[in-house]
Design a protein around this ligand. Structure first.
Ligand SMILES: [Zn+2]
Length: 335
């Protein structure tokens, strides 16, 4: 039963709606779900509801405690919220629904809520889904991590990726071996044994767990992540060398060359092309790293695994020669 609705004191963009139990009604026990006599009331708290017309909406309710002969003294069951969740079930469904269409950050901004709340809603609905569905056979899944809290924290996400069936299967905190093992425990051995393809990035804990728990599957490292890793490495070499040139009082030829080196050559602008051509004349670590990276593009053109393997061996040999050469150079360099 609803009481009055009012603007929250000091918050003109927030509407609060008081909720009261119907007169004379008995609460339900949250343990066993049965009608039980009331015991006393907990302090009033708020539950966030779906916002409308740009106003945040909160329900205010003092939850009753229940004297249950089977469960002892428990809090009453609430039809609109679960456990300790601060959001109402309706709002969590609403956020999780939008999180399928927009990024979590976009959802949190659009509805003036925090990223964390969106994450909790998705986690809750995935959990709900896990409890209320038959997983069925899974042939292929992909695992990825996302960073939040300015890159200080991570979540592990697992998607089923099959023709006609792409869905979020599981969300885990952190991106450790232990996290990812939780996913396999949830799957169970039988479903694990049926998996044929796994796709991941090169994050070591993932690779290790996949090898241990899913050894029969073909493990695919995706191209996007490999290219990104290579670009990171190249960028590190360039930044370090640029600092070194400055330290040694040499000509700062690497200044403003970041994108010349990182972009695919066909995407370079004309001035960037000129700059790159100029740069390639220098005997620099960054130039060698760039050439190795560009060479690697050829890898993606192979149709045959044997030839791709041969190419990879040759490429790795050049990489190790280049590293030996570099370390010898730096040892023998005077000063
Ligand atoms: Zn009970």
């Amino acid at each position: 039963m609803y009481k009055e609705a009012r603007f929250a004191p000091g918050k003109p963009d927030t509407i609060e709606v008081g909720v009261m139990p119907c007169h004379g009604s008995k609460p339900y026990c949250s343990g066993c779900g049965k009608h039980r006599p009331g015991y006393d009331r907990l302090p009033e708290r708020t539950f966030e509801f779906i916002p409308f017309w740009g106003f945040a909406v909160f329900l205010r309710y003092a939850r009753r405690r229940v004297d249950c002969p089977a469960c002892g003294v428990t809090a009453e069951f609430l039809p609109w919220a679960e456990g300790k969740h601060h959001l109402t079930t309706a709002y969590m469904q609403f956020l999780a629904h939008w999180a399928r269409k927009l990024s979590w950050l976009e959802v949190s901004r659009s509805f003036h809520t925090s990223w964390d709340q969106v994450y909790r809603s998705v986690e809750w609905i995935v959990q709900w889904g896990l409890e209320h569905r038959v997983l069925g056979p899974i042939k292929a899944f992909g695992v990825d991590e996302i960073a939040y809290s300015r890159g200080h924290k991570y979540l592990t996400l697992v998607y089923q990726i099959e023709a006609g069936m792409v869905r979020l299967l599981w969300v885990g905190k952190e991106r450790t071996v232990k996290t990812f093992e939780g996913f396999f425990t949830m799957l169970g051995q039988e479903t694990c044994a049926g998996i044929e393809f796994v796709c991941s990035d090169m994050w070591r804990p993932y690779i290790r767990v996949i090898r241990e728990r899913c050894s029969q599957a073909v493990h695919i490292l995706d191209r996007f992540h490999i290219v990104a890793k290579m670009n990171d490495a190249l960028d590190e070499v360039r930044a370090e060398e640029a600092r070194e040139l400055v330290r040694n009082g040499r000509e700062p030829v690497l200044k403003k060359t970041r994108w010349c080196l990182l972009k695919r050559s066909e995407n370079l602008t004309t001035p960037q092309k000129g700059r790159l051509k100029e740069l390639l004349r220098y005997n620099l670590k960054s130039v060698r790293a760039y050439l190795l990276k560009e060479d690697f593009q050829q890898f993606w053109t192979y149709q045959s695994a044997t030839w791709a393997g041969k190419f990879l061996d040759a490429w790795l040999l050049r990489l190790s020669l280049s590293q030996t050469y570099l370390s010898r150079m730096s040892r023998e360099r005077p000063g």
